[in-house]
Design a binder for this molecule. Structure first.
Ligand code: SF4
Length: 367
């Protein structure tokens, strides 16, 4: 369900080490992995399992959970048992929570070793992570750069963020731990891009990319798409998160659409629809929305075209695996370039096309 797309223009990926979060490989030749984070109270096992499951169904391949206290760390056990995807425990400052989360079966940690109280806690966390085969993500946000580095670089500059990340990395390397991935998030898109470019030149660890505090779904989608799009086009980024204010499930469509738009990966059908214009002779906007809704649970990869007129519509619809082009009070359905049906009456376009889509899907699944 998550194909790599064969395209001579597909951006080449930066060479990195590979690590495994549970059964999911990150870096090296592995495809770019889609992640998100729950916003339920981790101590509420039922609600958290429900959200992890919803995220996985929508295409999330690894889920991160905030572990704020011991009850949350203990909840990891039952959540992990019920989860269809690997889990990462997000921990700040308290190394005991990291040890508990590993003990409870978490697949990876997000923790900054420089912030957990000195050498001894780092020794313990690294030893436990090694014993469990759990990778560690170091995550530096522009808001969390160390005071000494802020002074040295005159603020949370990309250089300061990279230096901060590398300080944490060194604490792991000194203990022969290399199952590390790194993120550098800023709410500024240019600063995020600059920081990752710098970091990509300094190490071969896989990178987790994202634009933090991107905002509500409308603006956040644009900001994330611009930031992640530039990085991925340059080959930077082995796993990503689109951070949107709201239900994390909404992040999935955006994340997958970013990967699809660069032909890096695909999941589900690509729906091509025209923007409508003065030539549009059918209720195209509603038709396209209904088609999208109908295909929402579908994970097979194919193209669907929904076009508004018989002037330019058939051209696009012919290119698609299945498509419809509408005219005044009628429509033409195409499959792989061939006209399969002519439909009379605008009210029949949607039900007839959905029916054709179902037949198409049934055949596709038999192949
Ligand atoms: Fe206009 Fe037809 Fe193009 Fe749609 S396909 S934008 S209706 S010309």
């Amino acid at each position: 369900t998550a194909h790599l797309i064969d395209d001579p223009y597909r951006p080449a990926r930066r060479k990195t080490r590979t690590l495994n979060i549970g059964h999911v490989a990150i870096g090296g030749d592995a495809p770019v992995v889609v992640q998100s984070m729950t916003n339920t109270d981790t101590r509420d096992v039922e609600a958290t399992v429900a959200q992890v499951t919803a995220l996985a169904e929508a295409g999330c391949e690894i889920v991160r959970l905030a572990v704020l206290d011991e009850d949350a760390a203990r909840a990891i056990g039952p959540i992990r048992k019920a989860s269809p995807v690997p889990l990462i425990a997000d921990i700040h400052f308290d190394h005991r929570l990291a040890l508990m989360a590993l003990d409870a079966g978490v697949d990876g940690l997000r923790i900054n070793p420089g912030n957990i109280g000195g050498a001894e806690p780092v020794d313990k966390v690294v030893a436990a992570a090694k014993a469990c085969g759990a990778p560690i993500r170091i995550g530096v946000n522009s808001g969390s750069v160390d005071k000494k580095l802020l002074k040295k670089f005159g603020g949370p500059t990309p250089e300061a963020m990279v230096e901060s990340a590398m300080e944490h990395v060194r604490l792991l390397e000194e203990r022969d731990f290399f199952d590390t991935k790194i993120s550098l998030k800023s709410s500024s898109v240019p600063a995020t891009i600059a920081a990752y470019r710098l970091l990509a030149g300094r190490c071969d660890y896989p990178l987790h990319i994202g634009v933090t505090e991107a905002g509500t779904p409308g603006r956040g989608t644009v900001k994330s798409s611009v930031g992640l799009g530039v990085l991925l086009y340059e080959g930077i980024g082995d796993t990503l998160r689109v951070s949107l204010t709201g239900d994390p499930v909404t992040e999935m469509d955006v994340a997958w659409e970013i990967l699809r738009s660069l032909n890096l990966r695909a999941r589900g059908p690509e729906i091509v629809s025209c923007p409508t214009c003065g030539r549009t002779e059918i209720g195209l906007i509603q038709l396209a929305e209904e088609v999208e809704r109908h295909l929402r649970p579908v994970t097979e990869v194919f193209t669907v075209a929904v076009m508004g007129c018989v002037v330019n519509g058939p051209g696009e619809a012919r290119e698609a695996d299945i498509g419809i082009a509408g005219g005044r009070g009628m429509g033409i359905i195409f499959r792989k370039g061939e006209v399969v049906r002519k439909i009379k009456g605008e009210e029949n376009l949607l039900p007839e096309f959905l029916n054709e889509l179902d037949i198409f899907l049934e055949e596709l699944r038999k192949e």
